[in-house]
Write a protein that binds this ligand. Sequence first.
Ligand SMILES: Cc1cc2nc3c(=O)[nH]c(=O)nc-3n(C[C@H](O)[C@H](O)[C@H](O)COP(=O)(O)OP(=O)(O)OC[C@H]3O[C@@H](n4cnc5c(N)ncnc54)[C@H](O)[C@@H]3O)c2cc1C
Length: 413
Amino acid sequence: MVVVGGGMAGARLAQQLAAGAGSSGIAVTVLAEEPHPAYNRVLLAEVLAGRYPAEVIALPRPGAGVTWRPGARAAALDRAARAVLCEDGTAVPYDALVLATGSNPVLPPLHGLGTAGGGRLPDGVHPFRTLDDCLALDACLTPGAAAVVVGGGLLGVSAARALAERGAQVVLAHQGEHLLERHIDADAASLLSAHLTALGVEVHTACRARGVLTDAATGRVTGVELADGYRLDAALVVLACGVRPRTGLARSAGLALGARGGVVVDDRLRTPDDPRVYALGDCAEHAGVVHGLAGAAQEQADVLARVLAGDRGARYGGTRALVRLTLPDGPGPGPVDLAAFGETTPAPGDDVVRLADATRGAYRKIVVRGDRLRGGILLGDLGGVGALARAWEGDEPLPATPLLHLLTHDGGY
Ligand SMILES: Cc1cc2nc3c(=O)[nH]c(=O)nc-3n(C[C@H](O)[C@H](O)[C@H](O)COP(=O)(O)OP(=O)(O)OC[C@H]3O[C@@H](n4cnc5c(N)ncnc54)[C@H](O)[C@@H]3O)c2cc1C
């Protein structure tokens, strides 16, 4: 079996298969473009913040029966010959092929991004996806360095707080009306924004970047130009404008992509076009959903390991996972935790319960439809999150207590 991609999904799958390799006898080769051993991508902001050295976020090494090829990039698939063609000219034959290629950062259409030529970004401009991105950002960091983060989603907020922790002067420029629009509402976002400000991050919302400015002699970035013409100084720029499934290999090989841009797979993570080809993690689209979350990638890897080991009953039924973020203790009001899940904007007829405590910087909101939890936001105080997460993840009926009790610390149970 050949796995393309040694990220969170590919590594987990290889590890699971190796654990059962003695009995299944499956020989696994992982083509892993990144030169480092597999690592936990979710913890990259902690590495950037200087909390952990890079080695600490390494994932367990897959055991015997797995050939791990670091630095090996798959360039094309030859489905007729059942082989993966690598950039180094080698061809790797397969009986079964798993695409675990993750996602690519979306690069915003900014003037000046192409000045370095050859598809390279100007020096000092980086996305925030890989350990190498992190190490490159680290190398640009000097105390008091001016940094601009473009994009105020989960990645942008994590990068901004990590850079502020390292003593950079950070401006977070977000095009939308409020931070983390995909996950939280405006009230929660304004508390989050206040916390970031206390950490030293200058937050601008409804603020569109139009270009990056570079020094013609050195090619290094010197600033970011906003849509209103205002220029921000910048020794480093982080582009955190979302991700899209990385599907070039699949598309060129004629495999179907879904409406969300991922490789279409069924409940056994198999592509409909080719019974020997599977996909999982950020590059896969199951039931019209590209999850883009580590929890889903791992759950899919566990299901696929069972499928490949011959378990006829193994099925993937979707993942319901909480999004979590912790902002550390700053000079301001102390650390802040955030958890968000599901639909946080109510539909007509939904019940909404909301508790806000501006003094303590806490905000709690849940959306309930009938007897089911549909979504929620907990910010500043995660008491009771365990019970809410269980009710959400299991789609369980809520207890017959007044809804307000769901927001108390025992979750009403
Ligand atoms: C900074 C950051 C913070 C995050 N925080 C969270 C979080 O808090 N919670 C959460 O749930 N999720 C989070 N995520 C998302 C999470 O990391 C992903 O959902 C998860 O990594 C998906 O796993 P994957 O294996 O599908 O993709 P990846 O982990 O991206 O791995 C894909 C791998 O495939 C390799 N590859 C691609 N093409 C080829 C090729 N042609 N040949 C060889 N190798 C190839 C890539 O180099 C990469 O190593 C975060 C992501 C980032 C970047």
